[in-house]
Design a protein around this ligand. Sequence first.
Ligand code: HEM
Ligand code: HEM
Length: 195
Amino acid sequence: MTRTRYSTVAILLHWAIAALLVWNVLLGWQAEELKGAAKIAVMQLHKPLGITIMLLTLIRIAWRFVTPPPALSGHLKPWERHLARAVHILFYVLLIAIPFTGWAAVSASALIKVYPIDMFGLFDWPIIQPLYDLPAELRHDRHELIEDIHKLLAKVVIYGLIPLHVLGALKHQFLDKDNELAKMIPFLARKEPAA
Ligand code: HEM
Ligand code: HEM
């Protein structure tokens, strides 16, 4: 049978990742404005949340192989299909690359031993040892460089992918009035007009 919507697991993962992503962006912005203990408190939540997003994204990709998603609708114009597919792939790549660069940046910092990536009191996420072992000055340079890459990649998602993706979804719902959004929010499904 051809699927008309995403599987329940894929839908739950989509909305969990979306919500955690928005939350973590807000925490990242907040951290930029703070100093001292207040900043550390925010970062101690930003880091494990980011790692969780990375793990959920890996599960989402694995799930995609087990339960393939529904095909993009046949009525989409070729440029819409290419854009939608490119945005989906870039989301997956960046939702791994962003947390990974965050993880690498904090691994290249002496402070990681004092403020580890504490996974909600369950265990400490490991550090990337070769980065921590660099000579102090080089380690500091690497920390700055990788953190800049982290922030740049986050901007690509915040100002590029999310607006394109959400505007695309809303365009289909309100202008094209097709069933695209219902694939991710099943109760929105419209009845097909009788033939
Ligand atoms: C999907 C996951 C993540 C997202 C969307 C994200 C997003 C952000 C954003 C928006 C900022 C502020 C950038 C700016 O104002 O230009 C930031 C800063 C930062 N993030 Fe992340 N981040 C994620 C995961 C992580 C992880 C897993 C770590 C470390 C384990 C991390 C470490 C950092 C650090 C060290 C900063 C700089 C804070 C500062 O010194 O001001 N991030 N992140
Ligand atoms: C902000 C964080 C979000 C992220 C990271 C995200 C990511 C993704 C990804 C990667 C896919 C492709 C799934 C696959 O085929 O494997 C997807 C599909 C979809 N998303 Fe999102 N999404 C987000 C927010 C939203 C929002 C706010 C909406 C609705 C307004 C939405 C509506 C949809 C729809 C309708 C699809 C199915 C597209 C289709 O197959 O035709 N997403 N999303």
